[in-house]
Design a protein around this ligand. Structure first.
Ligand code: ADP
Ligand code: MG
Length: 392
């Protein structure tokens, strides 16, 4: 993997720079800018080299459709502010853009193309789409570690057509994760929550052989609770997950990995509803699980105390509403306390997890915080990430 850090050929070149600017938005406003802040050094580095920069990124899951609310406009404005330099958002259909549309005048230095996932070719890793993208620049740089577990056109396929490099933030993430995984101390506990069930559930299976404890919380846990035969009402869950959950439990017995899931939860009739503590088994069909309960929190705190290493990805509840943030906050506090006392080595990853830690001012109290969620977990699994492989 070649890093831009040591490259002399960047001067005056048009750089296609893939970033992960998928920050959380609430009615058009950015609620956490970590992912933007982290790539500022890369942009400044390229600006210094006098490169012309074409930023590629996605935000949200538009699934191949142009959605106004998932425009990169707010990110573009935020970047302009931070760099004190114009960043031009090119809204033209990517398939129709050609090099004549780019850098029309001399003071145009940074261009951003609209949300790359507006085009379903992106997630299909489409050959023609990648080739067309590549025709817009001279060099490709991937500084989106958090997207590199995806075989997508602007991550993987595009490297076939251009000299390809890793960015500065990619290096930081990879170096830290490499160090962590090689110097890891047992017992290792992994706490997995959040809402991306289909992406993460396979990961759990592969982590069983590596970790001593896996604690499943958040939306992830609802499928497990359902699998145990309990009512989960209107809770977030994934269909057709029965087989994999069965596998997870049977592997955990063989692999001597303990799997934990919530014994009590906080429910409401909807995401704005009044919160109630409930044992699993007492949930009605009208309710949804939105946080973990007090007993479960105590159990998790106990497991953290007995661990030497703790990995955490995915909030324990719908933390955007403070009525359902308690579980996530208590987990964060316990990890931070034990980490400060040097009793554990603590690592957190994931866009939403990091955004939660930021709001609590805890980011610097963890030993390492990665902006990557899925990629972070797949790295822990020991998987080759397609975006990284493509750079090699
Ligand atoms: P990360 O970005 O940290 O990898 P995810 O994207 O997988 O995490 O999930 C984060 C989202 O999961 C948050 O928006 C949070 O509100 C949601 N979430 C967690 N638990 C629940 C739950 N029980 N019901 C609904 N949403 C949940
Ligand atoms: Mg997320």
């Amino acid at each position: 993997m070649r890093s831009i850090k040591f490259e002399t050929e960047l001067i005056n070149k048009k750089i296609l720079l893939r970033l992960d600017l998928n920050v959380p938005l609430e009615s058009g406003k950015i609620t956490d800018t970590t992912r933007i802040d982290k790539i500022i050094p890369t942009l400044k580095f390229l600006i210094k080299k006098n490169s012309k920069i074409i930023i590629l990124s996605h935000i949200g899951r538009p699934k191949g459709k142009i959605l106004k609310e998932l425009s990169l406009k707010p990110i573009c404005l935020n970047l302009e502010n931070k760099l004190q330099q114009s960043v031009k958002l090119l809204k033209k259909n990517i398939n129709e853009i050609n090099h004549l549309d780019l850098f029309k005048n001399n003071d145009e230095k940074i261009i951003m193309l609209e949300n790359i996932r507006f085009y379903d070719e992106e997630e299909k890793n489409d050959y023609k789409f990648a080739k067309h993208l590549s025709s817009l620049g001279d060099i490709y740089v991937n500084d989106a570690f958090s997207c590199s577990h995806r075989s997508h056109a602007s991550i993987s396929q595009i490297t076939k057509f251009l000299p390809s490099y890793s960015g500065l933030q990619m290096e930081v993430e990879m170096t830290a994760l490499r160090k962590i995984t090689s110097e890891i101390k047992k017992p290792i506990t992994c706490i997995i929550g959040g809402s991306k069930i289909s992406t993460k559930i396979d990961v759990i299976k592969n982590l069983i052989s590596k970790f001593d404890n896996i604690i499943i919380v958040g939306g992830m846990a609802n499928n497990v609770i359902k699998h145990m035969g309990y009512e989960i009402g209107k809770s977030l869950h994934e269909d057709n997950a029965e087989k994999i959950i069965e596998e997870i439990f049977s592997l955990s017995k063989k692999g001597k990995c303990n799997i934990f899931f919530p014994q009590d939860v906080v429910v409401a009739n909807d995401k704005n509803g009044v919160p109630f503590q409930k044992e699993i088994g007492k949930i009605s069909s009208e309710e949804m699980i939105l946080d973990i309960g007090e007993k479960t929190i105590k159990m998790i705190e106990g497991i953290i105390t007995e661990s030497k290493t703790v990995f955490w990805n995915g909030p324990a509840g719908f933390f955007e509403n403070k009525n359902f943030a308690n579980g996530s906050i208590k987990i964060a506090k316990k990890i931070v306390d034990n980490s400060k006392a040097k009793k554990i080595y603590s690592v957190a990853g994931g866009g939403d997890t990091v955004s939660l830690l930021n709001s609590l001012n805890f980011v610097n109290d963890f030993d390492f915080v990665s902006t990557a969620g899925g990629a972070f977990l797949e790295y822990l699994e020991g998987k080759q990430l397609p975006g990284i492989t493509a750079l090699k």
